[in-house]
Design a protein around this ligand. Structure first.
Ligand code: ARG
Length: 572
């Protein structure tokens, strides 16, 4: 199953055009575009041919349309365009059968990334520090991008690169020694409290700040006692994070962090010293390479000798290449760190690493206005808890009103809450900022996760009532325009998944799912019917065909939501 229905017809159309024009098909394929829906499915513009043929484009289009003949396509000239429309058959059967045969794997294609490896650095929270908005986005985006690449057959090495090294540990440690509660060393919330307070103190009291620096210096020097405390904090944080990842269904191939590179920093610095060189600047050690005017240099060591974020990222990039020989190395990190990554990649290029251009910063914008009842400082777990809470109230209400039946309202609320937050994030283009609004993301109507989950559960329910969809049915009975429109949305998933992978853009998948749900809803409500009646008609043959269509729509919604990391309850 390596080519989608869409790409098969596009290739056949391009081949026919190429033969007629006497050019290689590869030259034409990229020029075949989706048509205006009223005019067809595929479109080829003849403008570029006008000069060579010394003919007006509409005349060229008319001539081509007359000579071309491709099974399964109805070809017509529309002005300067040669358009092709999928004939209802065999197209309809092909789309539905492809989707249904693939089931949960629909949209994927194990051939695309065969033999290729991608490392994806995502989530990467800082230990003993409050989680920021950017950690929420990187977690959702990274999870989805990892799912998409896996579905396309890539070997995915997801790396949770914990911020587990640096001065912040000095802050937590010194704070903890002074006013922490030893009985609560295993409580992540407590560590965060200690950190927040210590951070404020360090700003006001230079002595306290110096103590924290000193603690981190001891860590870097390998002081056993300092490292023991650090390790306890680290374990506590990792345990805390794991709860969140389990909740979200995320499994990392690797949970490691900046600390992995302790003791390996000098080797990297030596290597950089050889090429492109290092030099001192205001007591610190920096990478010696050309900088733009006013550009801050890449710091390798501070004047007190301690290493930095950039030093460790350089070591990590090399380590990842050595371990995985990646074809791509993605860093799903906030746009705020764009300079850091530009400089990181530039340094790797200056070092002569041939793979430097395989490194990509998958940057994203900010979330505005996300706060919980607990206040502004946001832990991802708090957001998910609150989403669940708010959904629970609705679930209860709907159950009491007899609109909803579920054996496990608690689980359902968890699934809808997670879906709401995840979709609320992923539907936005990653580069844009967005405003977070509880009522908006939790609504069961509109462009939301709960709406899509509901659309999926609804169609699953209809299928159950119809005793499932039969394997054999007559697709030629699906002639309504609304049926054909739905088939076309179902067809798009494989294309969209590839585009989403190429652009690291989960929002493309999110938007397609909204289109599928909208087409489904227009189909159900056609002529103001009740949804079940549209599908569960008396005529056996027609019912079978409609059930098959419903089943393909269910498969598409389920597969797409799963790629987004969103649960798909069968009942809502
Ligand atoms: N821990 C960092 C932060 O919270 C993100 C790390 C991103 N990954 C990397 N390789 N720098 O800002």
């Amino acid at each position: 199953m390596s080519s989608s229905v869409y790409s098969k017809y596009r290739a056949a159309f391009a081949q026919a055009l190429a033969t007629a024009l006497g050019v290689p098909a590869a030259d034409i394929e990229s020029q075949v575009k989706p048509a205006e829906p009223t005019h067809g499915d595929l479109s080829f513009a003849t403008f570029p041919l006008a000069k060579a043929q010394k003919k007006a484009p509409p005349a060229i289009a008319a001539g081509l349309a007359q000579t071309l003949s491709v099974p399964g396509l109805e070809i017509k000239a529309v002005g300067p365009y040669v358009n092709a429309r999928f004939t209802a058959m065999p197209f309809t059967a092909e789309v539905l059968d492809t989707a249904r045969a693939a089931g949960p794997r629909y949209g994927g294609d194990s051939e695309v990334g065969k033999g290729k490896t991608v490392t994806i650095d995502y989530s990467s929270p800082n230990i003993a520090k409050p989680i920021g908005f950017h950690h929420i986005r990187t977690t959702f985006l990274g999870h989805c991008i990892a799912n998409i690449y896996r579905a396309l057959g890539w070997r995915v090495e997801g790396i949770n690169y914990l911020g587990d090294w640096g001065k912040q540990f000095g802050l937590v440690a010194v704070g903890f020694q002074e006013y922490g509660d030893p009985a609560r060393i295993e409580d992540m919330g407590h560590l965060v409290e200690v950190y927040v307070k210590a951070n404020a103190r360090a700003k006001a009291e230079p002595e306290f700040d110096e103590k924290a620096r000193d603690f981190f210096r001891r860590m870097e020097a390998g002081d056993a006692e300092a490292l023991k405390l650090w390790n306890q904090f680290r374990e506590t944080s990792i345990r805390g994070f794991k709860v969140i990842y389990e909740r979200m269904g995320i499994e990392f191939e690797h949970i490691e962090g900046e600390s992995r590179y302790q003791g390996k920093m000098d080797a990297v610095i030596e290597q950089i010293a050889k090429k492109p060189g290092v030099k001192e600047s205001q007591g610190a050690l920096i990478v010696d390479m050309p900088y733009a005017e006013n550009e801050p240099p890449v710091l390798l060591k501070k004047n007190d000798g301690s290493t930095l974020y950039a030093t460790r990222d350089l070591a990590a990039a090399e380590d990842r290449y050595e371990r995985f020989h990646f074809d791509k190395s993605l860093y799903v990190v906030a746009q705020d760190q764009a300079l850091h990554f530009r400089q990181l990649f530039r340094t790797l290029t200056e070092m002569g690493q041939p793979w430097a251009d395989r490194c990509i910063h998958v940057a994203f914008g900010r979330i505005h206005g996300m706060s919980t009842r607990k206040g502004q400082v946001v832990q991802l777990n708090d957001v998910l808890d609150e989403a669940k809470d708010r959904v629970s109230a609705k679930v209860k209400e709907n159950m009491e009103a007899g609109r909803l039946m579920t054996e496990d309202p608690d689980k359902l609320a968890e699934q809808i809450g997670l879906g709401a937050i995840a979709f609320g994030d992923l539907k936005h283009k990653r580069a844009s900022d967005y405003n977070f609004d509880w009522d908006e993301v939790l609504s069961f109507e509109g462009h939301t996760g709960p709406y899509l989950q509901y659309a999926h559960a609804r169609v699953a329910t209809v299928l159950r009532k119809g005793n499932g969809a039969p394997a054999s049915y007559d697709a030629s009975l699906l002639t309504l325009p609304e049926e054909q429109a739905l088939v076309r949305e179902i067809m798009r998933l494989p294309e969209v998944v590839r585009e989403a992978a190429d652009q690291y853009e989960p929002s493309l998948v999110a938007r397609l799912l909204l289109d599928v749900a909208a087409a489904l809803s227009r189909y159900y409500t056609l002529g103001n019917q009740e949804r079940d009646k549209r599908i569960l008609v008396d005529d056996d043959a027609l019912r079978s065909a409609r059930l098959a269509l419903a089943d393909a729509a269910r498969v598409t919604l389920a597969a797409g939501l799963t790629l987004l990391g969103i649960p798909t309850p069968e009942n809502m």
